[in-house]
Design a protein around this ligand. Sequence first.
Ligand code: ATP
Ligand code: MG
Length: 253
Amino acid sequence: MVTRAAKFSIQGLHVHYGSLCALRDLNLEIAAHELFTVIGPANSGKSTFLNSLNRLIDLEAHSRVSGGIRLDGIDIRAGLEVEALRRKVGIVFALPLPLPISIYENVVYGLRMQGVRDAKALDAAVERSLRESYLWEEVKDRLRTPAMNLSGGQQQRLCMARILAGQPDVLLFDEPTSGLDPISTARIEETLLVLKEKYTIVLVTNNVAQAARVGDRTAFFLMGEMVEVSATSTMFTTPADSRTSDYITGKFG
Ligand SMILES: Nc1ncnc2c1ncn2[C@@H]1O[C@H](COP(=O)(O)OP(=O)(O)OP(=O)(O)O)[C@@H](O)[C@H]1O
Ligand SMILES: [Mg+2]
């Protein structure tokens, strides 16, 4: 039961790539401060869904979107500039892709692009963001060294810090731990559980156990359709649809 205010309200969302229907009639509300997880096999439309929430989908060739997405009650197409939307709704991808510059410059990259020049403001943003992504203690003495020297897990937390520096409302994660070892994965999961106190999080994961560990609610996508959405504990104990139980018990996918 969603009792908190809706952060996203999605109504009748369809996404096509040319003639392929990648997402069909999606209706969903995501509450503020919810950690909402999306599971499903390859090609089920998970990334398409995530990329619809910050309109990265507009950059895909031949994509067509219909239906409505509201963020805090405002239509993300009619009511918001795309730059403003993407500042509010940050995304972290599967492969950590830091820029080949220093740790510090990676974090402030977006702020510099927005025209922030004040050194104190930039320093403060770096410390705040790196603390929030639990990387500060590991890098505070080497902020000016290349980001590429960090481990994979550290690079992923740096990518999180880069998004957090822009003070978003919503964090989207597309399989953020798929390339990481179990310890780095556990650290990211712990970080997500802390971050949801402050942000709304939508996490796409190909790791069913990860959804079970961290999700408040979970949606199961299959071939562009949301088969089921429920409290995560319910989905993993008493799924309503046999296709969900087949997937979470590993019968396909
Ligand atoms: N830019 C594109 N052009 C054409 N078809 C696309 C494009 N992006 C995705 N698709 C197709 O849309 C469907 C949904 O893809 P999507 O990437 O959303 O799935 P996914 O659930 O994220 O899969 P995965 O688990 O492999 O990441 C797939 O059939 C895919 O081939
Ligand atoms: Mg994907």
